[in-house]
Design a protein around this ligand. Structure first.
Ligand code: GTP
Ligand code: MG
Length: 201
């Protein structure tokens, strides 16, 4: 599961502008500022492959990165960002939903959840929407290094509560989940192994 090279391929405005390609891909989805772009840099061990920012709303397009010339990581704009330009809010659902529903080479969505805060309704709604539409999903909890978390709650407590809340909707098959930190390196090997298993499935 070694990453030897990563090439930025293109930024697309709409699903239909994405690379016409059958190589497998994984899409990073989650609230603005959850750490999608950071997770890409952490996986490929390059500082600024995907651009990150302290301010939410950094990523505005569908960005394709080709790994080892054989599979893609896709960086997507975050959802739930109230201060985004109006056009960005309006476009988010139609453009990303179009991508999820029509992208045949999509192996799994990596749904990123911030483990340093209690569960958010918008994340639960998103997981439920993906589940209803039978889109393969992996939960990736980010920022697990933040032990002094909001409201005095620890990442493991937030994660447990999130799993309790999601359980009923995934009675048959619980999506896999992986704990990560792009600061400490937690979860990198596990996530890369998981992705390689899904690609070869
Ligand atoms: P948008 O592109 O705006 O949707 O955001 P994003 O999800 O791509 O977030 P991004 O990767 O830009 O990270 C947002 C902020 O969170 C940055 O300040 C990162 O340094 C920080 N961050 C990301 N991952 C981690 C992590 O694992 N631990 C900690 N402590 N901070 C993190
Ligand atoms: Mg981003």
């Amino acid at each position: 599961a070694k990453i030897k090279e990563v090439d930025f391929v293109k930024s697309s405005i709409r699903a239909k502008d994405c690379p016409q390609d059958e190589r497998p891909e994984f899409a990073m989805l989650g609230r603005s500022n959850v750490g999608k772009s950071s997770l890409i840099n952490f996986l490929v061990r390059k500082k600024e492959v995907a651009l990150t920012s302290k301010k939410p709303g950094k990523t505005q397009l569908i960005n394709h990165f080709l790994v080892n010339k054989s599979w893609y990581i896709v960086d997507l704009p975050g959802y739930g960002f109230a201060n985004a330009p109006d056009s960005a809010i309006m476009d988010w659902s139609s453009f990303t939903k179009g991508y999820f529903l029509n992208r045949e080479s999509l192996v799994s969505v990596l749904l990123l959840i911030d483990a340093s805060v209690p569960p958010k309704k918008i994340d639960l709604d998103c997981a439920n929407w993906l589940g209803r539409n039978n889109i393969p999903l992996t939960f990736v909890f980010t920022k697990c290094d933040k032990t002094k978390a909001a409201k005095g709650r620890r990442p493991d407590e937030n994660i447990r509560e999130f799993q309790e809340l999601i359980k009923d909707n995934y009675r048959q098959k619980h999506p896999p989940w992986i704990m990560t930190s792009s600061v400490t390196g937690l979860g990198r090997d596990e996530l890369l192994l998981h992705m390689s298993q899904l690609r070869n499935y």
